[in-house]
Every structure is written in structure tokens, then in C-alpha cells.
Design a protein around this ligand. Structure first.
Ligand SMILES: *Cc1c(COP(=O)(O)O)cnc(C)c1O
Length: 229
């Protein structure tokens, strides 16, 4: 099932890239593997997938040693400061930085571990009460504050758009995130790149690609519905 689903998602990614006049290689598919068993992850790996996303530190730490070492693990979920230390050396990017305090903790732990952690700023583009992330208006200020930290490097922005049956209704949020990244990128802030736009999930990744996503995070479309116990 995973294999067929991946073929179908790949076709849709290619079609969206074609519509947008983009190179397929400009979009990274992150397979969101939270709650899913190792066998399914292995199946995705055997289909050539190398970027996996999890939203819990414990789950990355548990699964990573069981699978091939060339998998790139992305931390995409809300991160508590007391979990940051465990994450060092386990993830290639933290997508969900939304406060200076969290960034300071990541930076301090990264420096202790002798590395620089790539991070994205999570933006609550639709200003949903239930979601983490900073507002569009607060983003530049937070980027500037975090840019002073030596243990992190800002690579771009991430957003989780509203859950919807109509992906078109999220197009404006994706476009706004891209505009914000372009705006901030033009300010040439030291230690800040705006090359990564992590946006689009199972329900709306095609629209996100059309609006410039460089990283899409797809779970259900590959692995099926999640069952939380
Ligand atoms: C679970 C999750 C996804 C994947 O969602 P699907 O709708 O299953 O594709 C993407 N991004 C984040 C941050 C998630 O927590």
C-alpha cells in the first residue's frame, strides 16, 4: 500500500511542479511517519524516500536507531525546551521554532554538542487559536532576534494551514508565507537564509507547491489514517 500511495503522490507532485513551471528537484517530500510502524517506514525507504518527519522527540529517538543511518529526520512538531537536548544529532532540521526562548535553548544545546542546528520559524499564517507559531507581523522581529544566536541557523519558514476539504482556500496563506520569506530574505540579515518554505500536507500540498513550497510534509496520503491510542 505504501508503495502504491507513494507512486500516486509522486505523480501529483510532478503534475503540480509542471503547472507551476518548477523543477521536480526543487521540492522535497517529507514522509510524515508519526504513529506509524517501522515496517511502513522501511517500505518507504525501499521506495527511495530519505526524508522522514516526526512530531515527537521520543519517537525520533526510538525509530532512528532501528532504520538506515542515511535517513534525514525532520522535527516538525511543537517542541518543549526540556526535550531539546535529546534531539541534538538526531534531526537535520527543526521546523517548529516559534519563540526566542526555544531558539536560545536549541542554540545552547547545539553549541554544547558542537553543531549548528538548521531551523525554520513556524508562522501561524491563518492566525488560528489552536495553532502554534508566530503571526506574520511578528516574524521579522523574531528572525532578527534569533539570528544573533550562534548555535542555530535560520533556513526559512514553516506553516501549518487550516484543515480543510478545499485546498484552494489555503492558497492565500501559502502565498503570504512566500511573500514574507521574500521580504525577509531581501533584508540580508546575517546568519539568516530564506530558501526553505515548509508548507503543504496531504490535503493541500499541490496548492502549496504552486505557491512555492520547497518542503511538503505528507503523512496520511502515504501511510493512511493515523490511529492514536
Ligand atoms: C501530522 C503532520 C503532517 C502530516 O499531515 P497529513 O495531513 O497526514 O499529511 C504535516 N505537518 C505536521 C506539522 C504534522 O504534525
Amino acid at each position: 500500500m505504501v508503495s502504491e500511495n507513494l507512486d500516486h503522490i509522486e505523480e501529483r507532485i510532478c503534475a503540480a511542479c509542471e503547472r507551476a513551471g518548477r523543477d521536480r528537484r526543487s521540492v522535497t517530500l517529507i514522509c510524515v511517519t508519526k504513529t506509524k510502524p517501522l515496517e511502513m517506514l522501511q517500505e518507504a525507504y525501499e521506495k527511495g524516500q530519505r526524508d522522514f518527519g516526526e512530531n515527537k522527540v521520543q519517537e525520533i529517538c526510538r525509530k532512528k536507531p532501528e532504520l538506515e543511518p542515511d535517513i534525514r529526520w525532520h522535527m516538525i512538531g511543537h517542541l518543549q525546551r526540556n526535550k531539546v537536548r535529546q534531539l541534538m544529532g538526531q534531526t537535520v532540521m527543526i521546523h517548529s521554532v516559534d519563540s526566542l526562548r526555544l531558539a536560545e535553548t536549541i542554540s545552547a544545546e547545539a553549541e554544547k554538542a558542537g553543531l549548528v542546528m538548521p531551523v525554520l520559524i513556524e508562522v501561524n499564517a491563518a492566525q488560528e487559536e489552536s495553532k502554534f507559531g508566530v503571526s506574520i507581523e511578528e516574524t521579522e522581529e523574531l528572525v532578527r532576534a534569533i539570528s544573533a544566536l550562534r548555535g542555530v541557523h535560520i533556513e526559512g519558514l514553516m506553516t501549518i494551514a487550516p484543515y480543510t476539504d478545499d485546498p484552494e482556500s489555503n492558497r492565500g496563506y501559502f502565498a503570504r508565507l512566500r511573500e514574507l520569506a521574500v521580504d525577509i530574505g531581501q533584508k540580508c540579515i546575517d546568519n539568516v537564509s530564506m530558501g526553505v518554505l515548509s508548507m503543504g500536507m496531504t490535503g493541500d500540498f499541490e496548492v502549496a507547491i504552486e505557491e512555492g513550497a520547497t518542503h511538503i510534509r505528507v503523512g496520511t496520503g502515504i501511510f493512511g489514517e493515523r490511529i492514536y491510542t
